[in-house]
Design a protein around this ligand. Structure first.
Ligand SMILES: *Cc1c(COP(=O)(O)O)cnc(C)c1O
Length: 449
């Protein structure tokens, strides 16, 4: 099974050819999901006692499995939060796989972890978090949020000792991401929902009032920068000050929006972020990295180690080789060095190219908003924030929204799914792909007539 044969050489060539062709594919097809029964029919048994061989398995992937999986980098994929990894990041992902590196400890992954840390350090700088802040790349915002909140609770337990409450609570707004609710469930904590102002932002005054009302029950405040649905950024500075004054942990969820730090046009929206005790951003969303990649940063990484490090006899040797083990900063042990494709692309293109690419998506956002303002069948549901445009199709009910989206997906016209705002259906465009063109946006807007 591990022999180096001509067959593996041939397979390597095929795989390199595939990777090269896929990174050049233009246009990229949306593809279309199939049912399990259809895939059964098309694939037959793939796991057999003798194996079907690499070439056959690869063909099965390219001919059947891949076309039944959506391409998130399709230029008219504007739903949810898509992705648009750079060619260099995607290609380097192959290298990461081939290199067989264990990313959990410094002892085992020193070189790779060093490079991951350089990428984290760039994020720390644009976030203006204090020097010495640091952390780790985890699979996604959900694990990042949970890990940060577990560290926050640990801090509160240490601070309060015997006086700690039987059950902690997390303050967040109703606009915050569903993963906060999920984290609270795992942690057996309550979520205290904070009112938002007329701009749907959580404010320092509202947070201060809740903290005064609930006292030591609150182990963390979560602000979102920006929200997944509308891109709204909470009032970071005054919330941070309210937290500081009361010794409460501030977590900033920038899973989607944190990329806006990279552009001088949106950087100021994050004013106050340096007050965060923890911060996440997903490079797999709007920073052109492949799945899966979330950067988790702590103001005091050593404190997070206290909450997260696993101890076992068979691991003790690792601790004798320094204490900067990526495993110790989140809920995980074994990990892929998933920050490396992002690092490689940053190193390749330089940070200016990142700013320029984010700016292109901001231009697309403005262009889309302008077209919607001028379309009599559409109206903006909200002023655009970051790279999200939310709008209504005038006169349609939820069923019509749904039906149009299904048709658009089936015909390959676009992947634009309905969302909701205050219980009412809306459409939203989320721009993270600099290859999307204004002509494509115009085409979608026209098709909504
Ligand atoms: C996407 C998102 C998450 C969850 O991130 P995953 O990488 O999907 O786990 C959390 N918070 C916000 C604000 C998000 O946009």
């Amino acid at each position: 099974m591990h022999d180096h044969t001509e067959e593996t050489d041939a397979l390597a060539l095929k795989i390199f050819e595939y990777a090269k062709a896929r990174t050049r594919l233009d246009p990229i097809p949306l593809n279309f999901p199939k049912t399990e029964a259809e895939l059964d029919e098309l694939c037959g048994e793939t796991i057999t006692p003798d194996g079907i061989g690499g070439i056959t398995a690869l063909e099965l992937f390219t001919d059947v499995l891949e076309p039944a999986s959506l391409s998130v980098d399709y230029t008219k994929y504007l739903s949810f939060v898509p992705a648009a990894p750079t060619e260099s990041a995607v290609l380097f992902d192959l290298v990461v796989g081939a290199a067989s590196i264990y990313g959990g400890s410094w002892l085992e992954g020193a070189g790779a972890v060093y490079a991951e840390n350089a990428a984290l350090e760039w994020l720390r700088k644009i976030a203006e978090m204090p020097e010495g802040s640091g952390g780790v790349f985890v699979p996604g915002g959900t694990v990042g949020n949970l890990s940060a909140l577990v560290a926050a609770r640990h801090e509160a337990v240490l601070r309060l000792g015997e006086d700690r409450p039987a059950r902690f609570a997390i303050v967040a707004s109703k606009e915050s991401h569903s993963s906060i609710e999920a984290a609270a469930l795992v942690m057996d904590c309550d979520v205290i929902l904070c009112e938002t102002d007329e701009n749907r932002r959580m404010t320092g005054d509202a947070v201060a009032a809740l903290l005064d009302e609930h006292g030591d029950r609150v182990c963390a405040v979560v602000t979102t920068s920006g929200t997944t649905n509308l891109g709204i950024i909470d009032e970071l500075r005054s919330i941070g000050e309210a937290c500081r004054a009361r010794d409460v942990w501030l977590h900033v969820d920038g899973a989607y929006g944190g990329a806006g730090l990279a552009s001088s046009r949106t950087h100021h929206l994050f004013d106050g972020l340096e007050l965060a005790d923890s911060f996440i951003v997903d490079p797999h969303k709007w920073l052109f990295a492949p799945f899966d990649c979330c950067a988790l940063l702590y103001r005091n990484p050593e404190r997070a180690v206290d909450a997260h490090a696993q101890h076992a006899g068979y691991l003790a040797f690792l601790d004798s080789h320094g204490d900067k083990n990526p495993s110790d900063y989140a809920i995980h042990l074994t990990r892929r060095v998933r920050g490396l494709p992002f690092w490689f692309s940053l190193a390749t293109h330089g940070t200016k190219a990142y700013e320029a690419a984010v700016d292109v998506t901001l231009d697309l956002t403005n262009a889309a908003a302008e077209m919607i303002r001028h379309a009599d069948h559409l109206e903006l549901a909200h002023d655009p924030n970051l790279s999200i445009v939310a709008f209504r199709r005038i006169g349609w009910d939820a069923a019509q929204y749904q039906a149009w989206s299904e048709d658009a997906m089936n015909s390959g016209l676009a992947f634009v799914t309905p969302s909701r705002m205050d219980g009412e259906p809306i459409y939203r465009f989320c721009f993270v792909n600099p290859r999307t063109t204004t002509d494509e946006i115009a085409e979608i807007i026209d098709a909504l007539r």
